[in-house]
Design a protein around this ligand. Structure first.
Ligand code: NI
Length: 272
C-alpha cells in the first residue's frame, strides 16, 4: 500500500477503537472493569481517613494538648467578654440617645408650669415652693368610681418604695372637680391611700389654670337625680424634676414597678 493508504488504515483503526465500533464483547468488558475498578491512590487515601483519631491521639497525648486548650479557652472568653461589653455599651448609648430625644420632645411640648392651689389644710400652695424637689403629679377626683382609686393605690406603692430606697419625691394630687372636692373632702379621701400625698384643690379658675398648664383634659358629665356626676379626665402621672420641668409621664398601663424604675433612672441620669 501507499503511504497514504497506511495512514488511512491507521487513522481508521484509531477512530473505530475510540468509539468502540469494532470492539468485541471482551474488549467492552475490559473497559467496564477498568472504569469500575477503584483507583489505588484513592483507596490509600480512604484508608488513612478511616483512623484519624487514633493517629492524633498517639501523636499528641492529652497532657500536651491541655494547656493549649485552656489558653485558647481563656483567650476566647476574653474576646467574647470584650465583644459583649462593646455590644452592651452600644446598646446603652442608643438607649441614652432615645431617652435624650424623648426628653427633648417632652420639653418642646411645654407641659407643666406654675400654679396656685389650696391644700387640704386650706393653705395657698404655689408651684414655686416645690422647686428643688422631684414631683409626681396626678390629676383626678374623689368621686371617681374606679380609675382614680386604682391609680392612687399604684402611685402610693411607688412613693412608698421610693421612700424606702431613700429617693426624695413629693406626690401631688390635684382635683379636677373643684365643685365637690373641698380641702376636707380631699384630705379624707387621700388618707385612704397614703399620708405622703399633698392634696390640692381651689377655685374653678385655679384648677383650670393648673390643668391647662399640664394639658389635662377634664369634663364633668351629666348629673343624675341625686346631682351626682362623673368627671371624664386625662389619666396621666407627671414626673417633674427639681427645675420644675417635665421629664417623664406615666399612663394607666404602666405598673408600679415600671414607674418606680423609670423614676429612679430619671433621678440618676438627671443633669442639674
Ligand atoms: Ni378618675
Amino acid at each position: 500500500m501507499t503511504l497514504l493508504g497506511r495512514s488511512y488504515s491507521n487513522l481508521r483503526h484509531l477512530f473505530l477503537n475510540q468509539y468502540g465500533r469494532i470492539s468485541t464483547n471482551r474488549s467492552l468488558s475490559i473497559t467496564a472493569a477498568r472504569l469500575t475498578k477503584e483507583d489505588p491512590i484513592k483507596e490509600e487515601a480512604k484508608k488513612s481517613e478511616a483512623e484519624p483519631k487514633k493517629i492524633s491521639h498517639a501523636n499528641r497525648p492529652m497532657e500536651n494538648t491541655s494547656p493549649i486548650t485552656w489558653r485558647s479557652l481563656i483567650f476566647g472568653g476574653g474576646v467574647l467578654a470584650v465583644v459583649t461589653g462593646y455590644v452592651m455599651y452600644l446598646k446603652n448609648e442608643r438607649r441614652k440617645k432615645v431617652e435624650r430625644e424623648r426628653s427633648r420632645t417632652i420639653g418642646k411640648a411645654a407641659i407643666g408650669g406654675s400654679f396656685e392651689l389650696v391644700d387640704t389644710n386650706g393653705n395657698l400652695r404655689k408651684s414655686d415652693e416645690f422647686l428643688g424637689r422631684w414631683l409626681l403629679i396626678y390629676f383626678g377626683f374623689t368621686h371617681c368610681p374606679d380609675v382614680c382609686p386604682e391609680e392612687l393605690e399604684k402611685l402610693s406603692k411607688v412613693i412608698e418604695n421610693l421612700g424606702k430606697a431613700k429617693y426624695d419625691i413629693v406626690p401631688l394630687f390635684i382635683t379636677v372637680d373643684p365643685e365637690r372636692d373641698t380641702p376636707e373632702m380631699v384630705k379624707k379621701y387621700l388618707e385612704e391611700f397614703s399620708d405622703k400625698f399633698i392634696g390640692l384643690t381651689g377655685t374653678t379658675e385655679q384648677v383650670d389654670k393648673a390643668t391647662r398648664a399640664y394639658r389635662v383634659y377634664y369634663s364633668a358629665g351629666p348629673r343624675d337625680k341625686d346631682n351626682d356626676y362623673i368627671v371624664d379626665h386625662t389619666i396621666i402621672s407627671y414626673l417633674i424634676d427639681p427645675k420644675g420641668e417635665l421629664v417623664d409621664y406615666f399612663g394607666q398601663t404602666k405598673d408600679a414597678e415600671e414607674i418606680e424604675k423609670t423614676v429612679i433612672f430619671r433621678m440618676k441620669t438627671h443633669k442639674t
